[in-house]
Design a protein around this ligand. Structure first.
Ligand code: S3P
Length: 187
């Protein structure tokens, strides 16, 4: 397992994105534990700066307002906090400016799971306003196909099916250091 902190890449963020319910938060915690880095959870930062939950933000101000705040939060955190684990909301990929800022600050991993697994993981709580619909599985399938081209710009895709957060974190680290080596700015 490649957890060592070599000089190449040691200042780069590890950024986790991927659809809702793909395990970004738990994997971010594992990575932080393995590397002794801090976690920046962009949804938590958004909630802090708005002073309310994501569900309330969507209800009171709507999705476009949320997306603007998400962009500000992604850009600010990508810039000011080097060598962190950044966990994003699943829709951060929708704006190219978000992805440019995040990719410039580190390596972006996209966690993937099947629609059924996503449904199972997201139905345990009521925190995803975009899935508050009659047919959440149908919505998940539609959103996954609509977002596939956006997720494809990530540096690396990680299949999470049947793996524990620890196994996923280890797989990410195996890929992180070689990808970091290829970044001219990290040498
Ligand atoms: C969203 C994902 C959510 C949150 C918001 C919108 C999306 O984060 O940012 O509800 O558009 O996919 P998680 O992916 O952490 O659930």
């Amino acid at each position: 397992m490649a957890t060592s902190n070599t000089s190449a890449g040691s200042d780069l963020n590890i950024i986790l994105t991927g659809f809702m319910g793909t395990g970004k938060t738990s994997v971010a915690r594992e990575l932080a534990h393995l590397l002794g880095r801090r976690v920046i959870d962009l949804d938590t930062e958004i909630e802090k700066s708005a002073g309310m939950s994501i569900t309330e933000i969507f209800r009171k101000f709507g999705e476009p307002w949320f997306r603007d705040l998400e962009t500000r939060t992604a850009r600010e955190n990508a810039r000011k906090k080097p060598a962190a684990i950044i966990s994003t909301g699943g829709g951060v990929v929708l704006r190219s400016e978000n992805m440019e800022a995040l990719r410039e600050s580190g390596i972006v991993f996209c966690l993937q799971a099947t629609p059924e697994t996503i449904l199972k993981r997201t139905s345990s709580n009521n925190e995803r306003p975009l899935l508050h619909v009659e047919d959440p599985l149908g919505r998940i399938r539609d959103m996954l196909s609509a977002r596939a081209p956006f997720y494809s710009v990530c540096d690396s895709m990680i299949d999470t099916e049947g793996k524990s957060p620890r196994q996923i974190a280890e797989e990410i680290l195996e890929k992180f250091w070689p990808l970091a080596e290829k970044r001219p700015s990290s040498r």
